[in-house]
Write a protein that binds this ligand. Structure first.
Ligand code: DOR
Length: 442
């Protein structure tokens, strides 16, 4: 059987189907007809092909709203092809990719080039995020209506905070009439300049400059103020501090249109990881204190933080070997997001499996406005992830699909693994050794 076949009737048989969007958590079949979900329930008709999901979780495809695919301009780190292959391998059926490419995605031509590449060579859906300002220079807002019409899912200068209050106001003003989603990388440059890890104990121990946590919270507080005057859809990227979680909580309580994400690494690691992993634990915002990690976990579980993202940020080994001070910021995360989150949140009893799937699929779909995704409802696209919640493995650098291997989780014992990823009913990834599940007779 060809796992890439999408036409006809496919039955994913006898998996533990978890679809938080319909409050489903039971062993059942999922029937797909011509790339769309037909039903969750005992398969009625004889299918053209069967996928054996015995012992596996079957859920709406995972969605990562914060990924760096590096193309154009950073192909030595990642390409749309390798990054989406890594995404499919991690169980993701859709990713939103950030515009800090070379050149940045700040105009319709560059955006179209990314979309064209994705159409011809991606292994999952790709939704480009366009820059907020021309060249991501923080001075002139981009042409949002034109970029949105050409397919930009959101706007962000990710990697850089939008420092200038006047420009921030202009960006908000431009976003409102076209109902654009803004994704803010909250970082006041004056409070982070020169720093490479969190300000405090570890920075002092290593004798390096620290990044003040207020770099994040001051920009967030400023933006929440702007939202009070002029509401726009506003999403906070990679929340990392206790105070930022509090600010989002209060903003939501006030009714502001704010959503937020936390990365897997900010849920799993404290700043101490830098001592063990060096530059592979260097990213922006930096890993923080135990109190911050606890606040991020609490915020995610109580709904203050809406979803989990990876901020998959590939960098070459050569660049990361420059040492903590000089290495670039960022870590890869697409292939470890599910098992690391599972370990931190589900194995510890903080969330049930449906809660985790909600935050890795349903919520990102809602924030991005992808109403056909993050669900197994009848009639929606058959983006489906199959996961083995018991697979136990140790992450090694050379097992990663991504072109880069700058992961802080190398050597870590992980539980849980993606077995298969279907996009519009087409199998885009099958784990080695699981091909037999696709060879069942109808
Ligand atoms: O660590 C990071 N790396 N944070 C960002 O915001 C940007 C990213 C990158 O592009 O490498």
């Amino acid at each position: 059987m060809d796992p890439r076949q999408s036409q006809g009737r496919t039955v994913i048989r006898a998996g533990r189907v978890i679809d938080p969007s319909q409050s489903i958590d039971r062993v059942d079949d999922v029937t797909i007809v011509d790339g769309r979900i037909e039903s969750v329930g005992p398969a009625a008709e004889r299918p053209d092909r069967t996928i054996d999901a015995g012992g596996l979780i079957v859920c709406p495809g995972l969605i990562d709203m914060h990924v760096h695919l590096r193309e154009p301009g950073g192909e030595e780190q990642e390409t749309i092809e390798t990054g989406t292959r890594a995404a499919a391998g991690g169980g993701f059926t859709a990713v939103a990719c950030m515009p800090n490419t070379k050149p940045p995605i700040d105009n319709v031509d560059t955006l179209r080039a990314v979309l064209d590449k994705a159409r011809s060579g991606a292994h999952c859906r790709v939704y480009p995020v366009a820059a907020m300002t021309v060249g991501q220079r923080g001075q002139v807002p981009v042409d949002m209506p034109a970029l949105k019409a050409a397919g930009a899912i959101a706007f962000s200068d990710d990697g850089i905070g939008l420092d200038d209050d006047r420009v921030a106001r202009a960006v908000f003003d431009r976003a409102r009439p076209c109902d654009a989603l803004l994704i803010q990388h909250c970082e006041v440059a004056a409070l982070s300049a020169g720093g490479c890890v969190n300000q405090g104990r570890i920075a002092e121990q290593l004798g390096v400059a620290g990044i003040d946590p207020r770099a994040e919270t001051e920009m967030l507080a400023r933006d929440l103020d702007l939202l009070r005057g002029s509401p726009v859809r506003y999403h906070v990227a990679h929340v990392s501090t206790e105070r930022a979680v509090d600010l989002v909580r209060r903003g939501k309580a006030e009714g502001l249109p704010v959503t937020a994400e936390v990365t897997v690494h900010h849920l799993a690691l404290t700043e101490d990881a830098v001592l063990r992993q060096g530059a592979n634990a260097k990213m922006k915002p930096p890993l923080r204190t135990e109190a911050d990690v606890a606040a991020c976990r609490r915020g995610l579980c109580d709904g203050t933080i809406d979803c989990i993202a990876t901020d998959h940020a590939p960098h070459t080994a050569e660049a990361k070997e420059r040492g903590l001070r000089d290495a670039p910021f960022g870590v890869v995360g697409l292939e470890t997001a599910w098992p690391v989150s599972w370990g931190v949140l589900v194995e510890t009893g903080r969330l049930d499996p449906a809660g985790l799937i909600d935050r890795m699929s349903c919520q990102p779909a809602r924030i991005l406005g992808l109403s056909d995704q993050g669900t197994l409802a009848a009639g929606t696209v058959a983006d489906v992830t199959m996961l083995d919640a018991t697979a136990s493995w140790v992450l090694s650098a050379n097992s990663l699909i991504s072109k880069s291997n700058n992961s802080p989780f190398i050597g870590r014992h992980l539980v849980g693994r993606c077995v298969a990823t279907l996009v519009a009913g087409v199998c885009r990834y099958v784990a080695e050794g699981s091909e037999g599940r696709f060879a069942q007779p109808g």
